[in-house]
Design a protein around this ligand. Structure first.
Ligand code: ZN
Length: 280
């Protein structure tokens, strides 16, 4: 009898969809109600003056919004250093203005946001950035602003963009050159593509990842108000196209950030500096 078979199939699908939605909702509630930070294998940030270093306007909203919202609502003095205007499409001036508006929404006042337009640090996939130059710029910013803690990308840079990766290696070079390890730097952990697009469900894999890496200092920061991530990214009007709207909705980076301490002498995880920049 075909009718009963169809009916059973419908019920099965209904149960699968209902289970998936329930799991998503339970994960969302677990994420937004979770007390941040969850600290694994180490302590929280060592100091209140924090510098977030990114490559382009919109990196802060697309990838770092849980970190920014955590810091700006917990009494930290957060500064943002954006190393380019994102002028790959000739919209650098517009994008700089958009960044200031997004930062204001996330709680970082305009006077604490610096956007560089250096001739050797221009946005683009083919543009490799000099790690020594990056280290020098970040070092000067740390000194002039009394920074205690630096946060940036990890060696993959979430999306794999070469500018993100170079920013990591610039900061890492600075920590390597810091003779007494006095620069406390943290990196945003890049996840695989499945974890990247399961939104709040990644809370469970993030907890598992953090608790199964006893050799690394890790903090898991969750986003109490993911709507702010969406609102902040929407202020980047020149970038607000359909696939970025989907990214913000489905990306786990809108809901949580896993930050891992950069240990200057730990080569087991980071690997060596890229060949092309060893001599820089
Ligand atoms: Zn970027």
């Amino acid at each position: 009898m075909p009718a009963p078979k169809t009916s059973i199939d419908d019920i099965m699908w209904l149960l699968i969809v209902a289970s998936a939605l329930s799991f998503w909702l339970a994960s969302f509630i677990a994420c937004v109600s979770r007390k941040s930070p969850s600290v694994y294998n180490g302590g929280p940030f060592e100091g209140k003056n924090v510098l977030l270093v990114v490559a382009h306007p919109d990196d802060e909203s697309m990838f770092f919004s849980p970190t920014i919202l955590y810091l700006t609502t917990r009494g930290y003095n957060l500064r943002l250093l954006c190393l380019s205007t994102g002028n790959a499409d000739g919209k650098g001036d517009m994008r700089k203005h958009e960044l200031l508006k997004a930062c204001a929404l996330l709680g970082v006042p305009t006077e604490q946001v610096k956007v560089l337009d250096h001739p050797n640090l221009q946005d683009g996939f083919g543009n490799n950035w000099d790690h020594s130059l990056l280290a020098k710029i970040v070092k000067e910013e740390i000194a002039s602003c009394g920074i205690n803690v630096v946060i940036t990308f990890d060696s993959y840079g979430v999306s794999g963009h070469c500018n993100h990766r170079d920013v990591h290696y610039g900061v890492r070079k600075l920590t390597l050159e810091s003779s007494h390890g006095d620069i406390k730097a943290w990196e945003l952990v890049s996840t695989n593509i499945l974890r990247k697009y399961i939104g709040p469900i990644d809370i469970w894999t993030s907890i598992l990842y953090a608790s199964s890496n006893p050799a690394r200092s890790i903090q898991l920061l969750t986003n109490e108000d993911p709507r702010k991530s969406y609102a902040a990214m929407s202020l980047h009007a020149s970038q607000w196209v359909w696939f970025r709207k989907l990214f913000i909705a489905f990306s786990s980076y809108s809901y949580m950030n896993t930050l891992r301490r950069i240990h200057p002498t730990d080569s087991s995880h980071e690997g060596p500096l890229p060949e092309t920049n060893k001599e820089l």
